[in-house]
Design a protein around this ligand. Structure first.
Ligand code: SER
Length: 328
């Protein structure tokens, strides 16, 4: 941790990553120093009651600026975004939220002297012409989804603010994130979360990608660790800033179902690909994250077998308590 305690604003705090991240940041820096910001979706009782909560519309620059001033914010984790599948249904909304929202966060940070900004990118920054195995840090970035287009433009915009204005912007290209607390909303990798919930609740799941679809994935504890570690890393050692490749594990949807079946032998998984298959097919199968390992000592802790045990244990407990689909 740095010399002084940061005053943090988390946009998208009600989302899949934002909710777990907010709780982890509150644990680390003190609850009152971490302001959770949501927009339309109401916060869970846990998020609302464990520290400050505010409403921020990232597409409205005044809304972002007033939240930064009101709460004396010096650090922003900008997690608000429209994901890949919803983005294909609503491309204009995806551009507005992902690009105008990021621009507003960066401009407010520059004007009001915010010290540090985290902005996530994604494996969606890659496209069909990118090498799909052990995808290098520096490679072809020609995505075919509006979400991916917004992520590439966002990476470049962040890099521009680093060079032109000396703003300390950092970010990683997250793989699909698997978690047990808050469901993801509208992504292509959502099947890797839904399969666990449905295995526990119904004993069966219909997967929207083919069994042989391999994508890079990561368990939430690694995602949170990577995010905070990068923000706390020595800035002078960073060659890259907002576009770090990040990896933990890669597996096919069929392998995931098989791993669950080791613990739930009667689990039935069917595969009925829909439009999201095309998106999945345009993304890498595995990622070379050696730049993150070299520049800020990134190292994942969770693999497929351990993650599966942990997910099933946590979701079983929630199911037994009758709150599997209820936000804590
Ligand atoms: N998990 C995201 C999605 O599927 C990718 O960043 O859209």
């Amino acid at each position: 941790m740095g010399a002084s305690t940061p005053r943090i604003l988390v946009t998208g705090a009600v989302g899949q990553i934002g909710s777990d991240l907010t709780l982890a940041l509150r644990e680390r820096y003190g609850a009152t120093n971490v302001i959770a910001a949501g927009h339309r979706t109401p916060p869970s009782p846990l998020l609302r009651d464990s520290g400050p909560y505010d409403t921020v519309d990232v597409t409205d620059v005044e809304s972002v600026a007033s939240a930064v001033q009101r709460h004396h914010v010096d650090t922003i984790y900008h997690m608000a975004a429209v994901l890949s599948a919803v983005g294909e249904a609503k491309p204009q909304l995806a551009w507005t939220v992902n690009i105008n929202g990021l621009y507003n966060v960066l401009e407010v940070s520059r004007e009001l002297g915010v010290a540090q900004v985290f902005c996530p990118s994604s494996i969606a920054a890659f496209g069909p012409s990118t090498p799909r195995d052990q995808t290098p840090q520096e490679t072809i970035l020609r995505p075919t989804t509006i979400y991916g287009v917004s992520k590439v433009a966002g990476e470049l915009l962040c890099e521009y603010y680093v060079r032109r204005f000396g703003l300390d912007v950092r970010g990683v290209r997250y793989p699909g994130i698997i978690s047990s607390e808050t469901l993801p909303g509208g992504g292509t990798t959502d099947y890797a979360v839904a399969i666990f919930y449905e295995a526990i609740a119904q004993g069966r799941y219909t997967c929207f990608v083919r069994a042989d679809t391999v994508l890079p994935m990561m368990y939430m504890p690694d995602c949170i660790k990577a995010t905070i570690d990068l923000m706390e890393a020595d800035g002078s050692k960073l060659v890259h800033h907002a576009d770090f490749n990040l990896a933990a594990m890669s597996f096919s949807a069929g392998e995931l179902a098989d791993e669950i079946r080791k613990h739930l032998p009667n689990f039935v998984c069917e595969f009925k690909p829909d439009g999201r298959q095309t998106i999945a097919d345009s993304w890498p199968r595995s990622i070379d994250d050696s730049a993150a390992r070299a520049e800020w000592r990134w190292e994942p802790a969770w693999d497929l077998p351990r993650m599966t045990v942990d997910m099933l244990t946590r979701l079983r407990e929630r199911h037994a308590a009758g709150d599997l689909y209820r936000q804590k």
